[in-house]
Ligand binder design. Sequence first.
Ligand code: HEM
Length: 400
Amino acid sequence: MTAIVVSGYQAANETLRLSDLRQALYDEGAILMEKVLVNLHGQEHRSRRQIETKVFRRDFFQWYETEVFPHTLKETLAPYLAQGSTDLVDFGFRVMMNLTADFSGVDRPLRSPEETSQLLRILRTFGKAATLGQALGDKEVIRAEVREALDEFDRVFFRPSMERRRLLLEEWARGERAEDSLPRDVLVELLRNEKEHPIGHEVMMKEIGFFLLAGAFTTIHTLTHAMHEIFSWCKDHPEDALRYKGDRFFLQKAIHESMRLHPSSPTAGRRPTCPVHLPTGQDVTEQDTVSVDLMTANRETAVFGADAADYNPHRPAPKGASPYGLSFGMGMHACIGLNLAAGLLPRADSVADTHQWGTVTLIALELLESGARPDPDRPGVVDRSTIRNNWSSYPMLLGH
Ligand code: HEM
């Protein structure tokens, strides 16, 4: 067995598009991830993705950014604003968990702080399954913890959400309910297509748990990295501090720049399903593993400029690459939530009133407008339990 590492930008880009390489990053997290979208391959992957993509149609983002998101964001921030401080990671979890629960299809009937905390605790445990391959602690202990969290999720959240949707779909099928009165979420789509694409209770429950995770975790960590980059840049470039708040296009570009430097996973992992000739010129077989080094590819000077390893919100647009590099993947597993998190890339005729910004830019703007700044007495802490180097806490002061 040979472990191949692909690190050049172009080679990484092309490798991720090869259809004879299957997902391999989450093999160790099988307890949660085995049959979920990101781990499927070929026709099975295509048909599941086709069903779920329906939730993320173009008008969904417009509706979400203007109708759903601002309300939840302000509601979640209000108590912290009154208190004059927050922890960015904890705040990110609270705001994103409620939002991802909505589009995943997880009801929170009580809407109480205790219920939010319970789902948050379950979600944090699911997070450990996704990073098991990169975990540095005792993996069996983590697996047992995930199993318990799955049972709790199924009993308390998933079954009631599923049963409610089944009833709604029955009413809809009998013509007693209009399409637009159905919840707009992934679970509804999976249940609606169950006859043609049966996936079973266990897998459906894990799929929804995985969606919660894929939507919330990545966004939260991306947000924390981005705010840290912005604060650090403002220290040395005070002339840009006002621009971050006043020019949304500049803020979105600055967020994309941080996304490039901090991909949610530093690598993508693949395994050949048959002998494959890689864009690097190497030949690999089913016994080999291919690791695509996104972190290095995203810092290639030939693509992003001589200062590619540094954060520079004024970086000129790279030629033949996205400003966020390969941070949202490429090819069949490319992120289904890209537009939701990062928005659209501005075009020459884009105008601020109708542009789609992405949740990370919208949260960052709300925080900056609320006077967010690092707490000088309590520096942030980086989580060293995985190789991802995410922030586990980031205390901030709020207010002017
Ligand atoms: C800043 C935020 C995000 C980042 C950096 C990110 C990154 C990624 C990356 C790199 C992949 C590809 C994994 C691979 O190739 O192995 C991916 C896939 C995926 N992402 Fe995201 N993601 C983000 C937000 C979201 C959101 C908001 C959602 C929810 C809608 C989401 C749902 C998914 C799903 C379902 C997949 C699997 C797609 C497939 O296998 O077909 N992500 N994401």
